[in-house]
Design a protein around this ligand. Structure first.
Ligand code: FE2
Length: 443
């Protein structure tokens, strides 16, 4: 269903009304998750495809259960399931590699549950007051949270589909855009204050409060490091040379026997293929490299005589150095295909330069979409952080174990992507759609 058709589908026509946006985003998320899983056979939905991921059918009922907890029970609507049922779909109670052993709803029952919840949510949304003192309802915050949650799970589903090695998953033929010319250089970002974070109604707790920090002038790559760039590092022995690696990263590399990014297939002298959703294809040299861990990104940067940007530098580059407040690098217009490769339709990154309208005020390309970008920063709370509405979204992950990623990937939905959005993961993770760009001090 097109976005236009979906707009007409809800009972709320006025875009000024948060209910219209809430309903549209919930339905967009559901249309996407359904379309993604439709080609997958039932038996494969029940299976554990990787110790890193849940069985796909767990995600379906988990999304429904999360929606039931937050959009029905937390807002005073009657429960659909016995709260004891919540335990099965509690992400904190069961590590991903144990979820296949739980008494999971089978695919048909999981979708039926999701539909039942959604119908009840629609009825409850109609009777909710447009204005309320409940912070969960301020501008529809909790609806935004649930819509973003389902879209974040859609991205996780994509990562699981990519990890399935014994099933061919052939999504619709992805369009490959014509890249524009991209300057192969760095962009100078003047120093000065940057307002990190967001006070937007649908921003997460970890983006709050919006606050100013100072950033020294620096140089930032005009576009993400490409597969072709990264191949030079691989072929020049980068994975065998401890000089470039964080010691812990080099240890990990040796233990795992890694020689190149995940899903790359060496096929003899200078011949490289990659596997993408069941298809084996030539390595696309003009796309941002993806499926690299933080350690691999960090090593490349050192080899190139550079470093990863901090998350404050990244956000300064995304906002522009002219002090104008922007939700996205190009301004405040909601992302379209002209701005960035988002939403999952392409099933991979676009060649760099494919979205010239998405450039930042300072001339940095591709900050949003295509690949998540690793930064050098640990995932820590901003000063004045308050967990809302639950500690397990962000707070329990703060510390030095995870690195921050910025900008969203091709598989991220526009509703869950903005200049201030913070993602995080362990420095060894490579199944996520992550790449990077480099920065450099100005001397
Ligand atoms: Fe979740």
């Amino acid at each position: 269903m097109s976005m236009r058709a979906m707009k007409q589908a809800g009972p709320w026509r006025s875009e000024a009304d948060w209910k219209a946006r809430a309903w549209r985003e919930l339905e967009a998320a559901r249309a996407r998750t359904r379309a993604m899983l439709e080609p997958v056979p039932e038996t494969e939905l029940m299976r554990q495809h990787s110790p890193l991921m849940s069985p796909l059918v767990w995600d379906v009922a988990h999304m429904a259960n999360y929606e039931e907890q937050w959009l029905l029970r937390a807002l005073g609507a009657p429960a659909i399931t016995d709260p004891a049922f919540d335990a099965i779909y509690d992400a904190f109670r069961h590590p991903r590699n144990t979820r296949a052993t739980l008494p999971l709803l089978e695919p048909e029952a999981a979708w039926a549950y999701a539909t039942r919840v959604r119908e009840a949510v629609r009825a409850h949304l109609e009777v909710l007051p447009p204005q309320s003192a409940d912070p969960l309802l301020a501008d529809g915050f909790v609806f935004g949270m649930v819509a973003q949650h389902e879209q974040q799970h859609a991205e996780t589903l994509a990562a699981t589909l990519q990890l399935m090695t014994d099933v061919e998953y052939l999504p619709v033929e992805a369009l490959r855009p014509q890249p524009g010319a991209v300057p192969q250089h760095e962009v100078f970002i003047p120093g000065g204050p940057v307002h990190l974070g967001s006070n937007d109604a649908w921003a997460y707790d970890n983006e709050r409060p919006r606050h100013a920090v100072d950033v020294a002038p620096f140089l930032l790559d005009a576009h993400p490091v490409t597969t072709g760039d990264y191949l030079v590092f691989v072929e020049s022995g980068g994975y065998e040379d401890a000089r470039w690696w964080d010691p812990k990263g080099f240890e990990w590399l040796q233990a795992e026997g890694l020689r190149h990014p995940l899903f790359w297939l060496p096929r003899g002298q200078h011949v490289w293929l990659r596997r993408r959703f069941g298809t084996v294809e030539p390595l696309p040299k003009d796309e941002p490299v993806q499926h690299v861990s933080w350690y691999e990104a960090d090593a490349y940067a050192r080899w190139a005589g550079k470093r990863l940007p901090t998350e404050a530098e990244w956000e300064k580059a995304a906002q522009g150095s002219d002090g104008v407040a922007r939700a996205y690098p190009w301004g405040n217009d909601a992302p379209t295909d002209a701005h960035a490769n988002l939403g999952g339709a392409r099933w991979g990154p676009s060649p760099v330069g494919s979205h010239p309208l998405g450039r930042s005020a300072d001339g940095v390309f591709g900050l949003l979409g295509d690949v998540w970008e690793w930064t050098s920063s640990d995932f820590q709370p901003y000063a004045g952080f308050r967990a809302f509405p639950y500690r397990e979204y962000s707070e329990v992950f703060f510390g030095t174990a995870s690195k921050v990623l910025r900008g969203g990937a091709w598989a991220s939905a526009p509703v869950a992507v903005r200049n201030s959005f913070r993602n995080w993961d362990f420095p060894i993770r490579r199944q996520i759609f992550a790449g990077f760009r480099c920065a450099r001090d100005v001397r």
